[in-house]
Design a protein around this ligand. Structure first.
Ligand code: IMP
Ligand code: MG
Length: 200
């Protein structure tokens, strides 16, 4: 069964091609972190509160924070978007785990971190909620920005890579919960994605 192939085959057998290698990711993160740290120091904002959105940002944020020589704290929040095996966020309902939000961000300079800016609705929602907690400033940072028509007006402040409108996994990104542990950003072979789960 196609839908179960990821349970029985080695992970790499499902990979079509490497879109962004681990070496390119590492090199780009050096640049991006230097820019963020530079902006923060120049802005004199002092402490930064990183707010990574679970679960897709875990690998990215762990690599990013180790490159940021800033006084920082991390507060994970939980936003669920993709319903199960669909690869498009069209029509997906976003759910923010209210209990994951900090009680207050008063006076804090926040940097929201997510894995990918697709429709942009997740980052838009998170940014709006965090700003509502009285943060002094809210900026955003994403690993990937998909080139596709925007559904929101918000633009991420920091982007590591722009990618074509293709479904990718690895380096924290999943398909149906799997493949987050692949060290490179890759596309999946056709047979791996369940066509019955796609919208429209
Ligand atoms: P948005 O709200 O449409 O911007 O969707 C953002 C979320 O959708 C991300 O945090 C990912 O969890 C998921 N997502 C979007 N595109 C992809 C992809 O190509 N691969 C895996 N997950 C994706
Ligand atoms: Mg996801």
């Amino acid at each position: 069964m196609v839908a179960h192939s990821h349970q029985t085959l080695p992970l790499h057998a499902d990979v079509e091609r490497v879109l962004i290698s681990r070496e390119r990711i590492a090199a780009r993160l050096d640049e991006l972190a230097a820019r963020i740290a530079g902006d923060w120091e120049a802005g004199g904002a002092g402490e930064v509160t990183l707010v990574p959105i679970l679960t897709g940002s875990i690998v990215f944020v762990s690599d990013l924070i180790r490159r940021l020589p800033l006084r920082l704290r991390v507060h994970l929040i939980s936003v669920t978007s993709y319903p199960g095996k669909a690869t498009s966020s069209r029509g997906a309902t976003l759910e923010v785990e209210r209990s994951s939000l900090p009680a207050s961000l008063e006076g804090r300079h926040v940097l929201v971190v997510d894995d990918i800016f697709d429709s942009g609705r997740t980052l838009e929602l998170a940014t709006r909620l965090l700003a509502g907690l009285e943060a002094a400033s809210v900026r955003s940072c994403v690993l990937l920005d998909k080139r596709r028509p925007r559904e929101v007006t918000l633009e991420p402040d920091y982007v590591a890579f722009e990618i074509p409108d293709e479904f990718i996994v690895g380096y924290g990104l999943d398909y149906d919960g799997y493949y987050r542990n692949l060290p490179d950003i890759v596309t999946l072979k056709r047979g791996v994605i369940d066509p019955a789960a796609e919208p429209g």
